[in-house]
Design a protein around this ligand. Structure first.
Ligand code: HEC
Length: 153
């Protein structure tokens, strides 16, 4: 009679540990850009879904690389047209995302290093600038909608 609950306890502990391991192996700081790319970005960037620049496609990456590492990474992080914010992975830390971008750029000739904390701060500032701009654009649209609604009353 005592075996069943303790088995359950161990089974649950095992499942929790497995879940924690799966999550930490996806999100851990130690993930290389290549690992993040394969897990989170390859689905679109391997085949070029919706005009995603393909891995290793120099013609597509050269103008992107020319934008500079903090600018390109910051803009991609908040999303660009069909490129979803964070690459569509809601829990992906910026540092992991930024390493994936650096890896992708390196496969097309850039000499970008994995960002250190100084570069990460530049990326944060650029992403914040982009986000603030799009929030302001949306607020202007909202004001426009409100005035249309008011005029229609
Ligand atoms: C659901 C598909 C999808 C996934 C997943 C995805 N991307 Fe993209 N990505 C796109 C598309 C589409 C574009 C092209 C956007 C455009 O220029 O219209 C793009 C563009 C980019 C760009 C160039 C941005 C620019 O300023 O033009 C970078 C950098 C990038 N992705 C990085 C990543 C990284 C890193 C990941 C994984 C963490 C990722 N993407 C995951 C679809 C995706």
């Amino acid at each position: 009679m005592l075996i069943l609950p303790s088995f359950r306890f161990f089974a649950m502990t095992f499942l929790l540990a497995a879940a924690a391991h799966a999550q930490s192996s996806i999100l851990a700081e130690a993930n290389s850009g290549e690992q993040v790319y394969k897990a989170m970005c390859a689905a679109c960037h391997e085949t070029g879904v919706a005009l995603a620049p393909k891995l290793g496609d120099r013609a597509a990456w050269t103008p992107l690389i020319a934008e500079g590492q903090h600018v390109l990474t910051g803009h991609a992080w908040v999303g660009v047209r069909a490129m979803p914010p964070r690459g569509g992975s809601a829990k992906l830390p910026l540092a992991d995302f930024a390493r994936a971008v650096a890896f992708m750029a390196r496969t097309s000739g850039a000499n970008w290093k994995d960002p250190d904390s100084r570069l990460l701060l530049e990326i944060v500032k650029e992403a914040d600038k982009r986000l603030t701009k799009s929030i302001k654009e949306q607020q202007a649209m909202q004001r426009e909608l409100h005035s249309i609604a008011k005029a229609a009353k």
